[in-house]
Design a protein around this ligand. Structure first.
Ligand SMILES: Cc1ncc(COP(=O)(O)O)c(C=O)c1O
Length: 443
């Protein structure tokens, strides 16, 4: 009888069974493709994460920081004017209202607290848009742990304000990667530093990228976004959204938003990648839309690469999306057909940046503007299919203060954001190359 009941329960939740990731891997993606030097540090981190992430005291302390320091729960805002103009019901999850101005604080508070518990005396981090750098420097200041931030030189130029903020917060900032250095160079330098200083240093990674256990740690810390949003939208409307949107750089706000909805099989989960100027190599950073499986920064995932497997230069109007890889969990969810990804051009993101500002009085980060543009395209497509008034939920991952100067410059130079037409169809999964997978230890 008990066995019969169990079998019934299993059949009831096929989605749950399908999405449960094995330890250290998301299907075939993830793992630890790193130098031997880092394995002990990753093992130490895995053990500490296992211990503290299930510890009631640690979780209570973290919730205290989320509520009383970061400003959680973040609001869910109905967007009346976009709703009217788009003929839809549009809700915004307002991560832009958090302390430091983006979702990045969810992750840095959690990892800095972990670093403190692990008795690490130095924090290092990489940053693209500078939002993660600012959030890491903030959390490090709060915990009184010295922080050193790596940032691509091109990003230091584009995000000068955030760079100064990090220094004000007491962190040191190193520009890396030569004249055109971006997030990829910053991650490379941070990994190099960590491999030399594993004893006293905590590497506080900003997205669910890199070797196991980072993708799991960052996703778990960011999953508060979706947990709150799911409850809030149910309370506000009495139903689940038809589709949920989030921008995808490394993938943290998107996986954080999507995670609570994975088992709601009717809810479409759509990631907006940076389609840049066009989908030709060097003009975008849409890893899932236009990349192929490969290894980057210690994980098997989707990356933008040339025919010899070398990582290609990438481009995006927004520094935070300018990365040639993505979380292995997104790669897995794409493979499973549970999530979709669309490429949003620079020009569309710039338009959405202005549209949200005019329509709702909310200036989004350029990264988040990609999600707004993707939602608008989706509503249009739905209308063409005769599906009226869809309920859509958009993650506004951050606020646009850091971007206003760059946007002002770009609006004065429209030629810089001229783009080719892109297909609006979501990506199909491309099959994996044969890769030998190395065991990655526990979750
Ligand atoms: C506001 C904002 N949104 C999104 C991103 C992209 O990161 P992720 O894909 O990890 O959420 C960044 C990165 O810096 C950011 O600053």
């Amino acid at each position: 009888m008990a066995a019969k009941k169990q079998a019934k329960a299993k059949i009831k939740s096929p989605v749950a069974a399908k999405i449960a990731p094995p330890e250290g891997y998301f299907g075939e993606f993830g793992g630890r493709f790193v130098s031997e030097l880092l394995i002990p540090a990753l093992d130490e981190l895995t053990a500490a994460w296992k211990k503290f992430s299930t510890d009631t005291k640690f979780n209570k302390e973290l919730m205290g920081l989320y509520n009383d320091y970061a400003g959680r729960p973040s609001l869910l805002t109905y967007a009346p004017n976009l709703s009217k103009n788009w003929k839809a019901q549009v809700y915004l999850k307002r991560e832009d209202l958090l302390h430091t101005g983006s979702h990045k604080i969810n992750n840095t508070l959690g990892q800095a607290l972990l670093a403190q518990k692990m008795k690490k005396t130095r924090i290092i981090a990489e940053t693209g848009a500078g939002q993660h750098g600012v959030a890491a420097a903030t959390a490090a200041a709060l915990m009184q742990i010295p922080a050193h931030i790596y940032m691509g030189t091109e990003d230091v130029r584009r995000q000068a304000l955030n760079c100064f903020r990090m220094r004000l917060l007491g962190a040191t900032v190193a520009g890396v990667g030569g004249e055109h250095g971006t997030l990829r160079d910053a991650v490379n330098e941070a990994l190099r530093d960590w491999s030399k200083n594993v004893d006293d240093t905590y590497y506080l990674i900003g997205s669910p990228i890199g070797p196991h256990p980072y993708p799991t740690i960052v996703r778990t810390l960011q999953s508060i976004i979706g947990r709150e949003a799911r409850g809030q939208i149910m309370k506000a409307t009495g139903k689940l959204p038809q589709a949920v949107f989030a921008c995808v750089g490394g993938g943290s706000n998107a996986i954080g938003m999507f995670y609570a909805f994975l088992k709601d099989s009717k809810v479409e989960l759509i990631g907006a990648e940076a389609g840049g100027r066009s989908l030709t190599p060097g003009n975008h950073s849409a890893s899932l839309t236009a990349g192929k499986p490969g290894v980057l920064h210690g994980a098997l995932t989707y990356i933008i690469q040339n025919s010899e497997g070398q990582v290609h230069d990438v481009h995006s109007i927004s520094a935070g999306l300018d990365y040639p890889g993505v979380s292995p969990e997104h790669a897995y969810l794409l493979q499973q057909g549970r999530t979709k990804y669309v490429a949003v051009r620079d020009k569309q993101a710039l338009e959405a940046f202005q549209e949200l500002s005019h329509s709702e009085g909310v200036i989004p980060a350029l990264e988040s503007a990609h999600a707004v543009a993707a939602a608008k395209n989706y509503v249009h497509e739905q209308a063409k299919k005769g599906k009226k008034n869809p309920l859509v939920l958009i993650c506004i991952s951050g606020r646009g203060d850091k971007d206003v100067q760059e946007v002002e410059r770009l609006l004065a130079e429209p030629a810089e954001v001229e783009t080719e037409e892109l297909p609006s169809e979501p990506t199909q999964f491309t099959s994996l190359p044969t890769v030998k997978v190395v065991a990655a230890g526990g979750e």
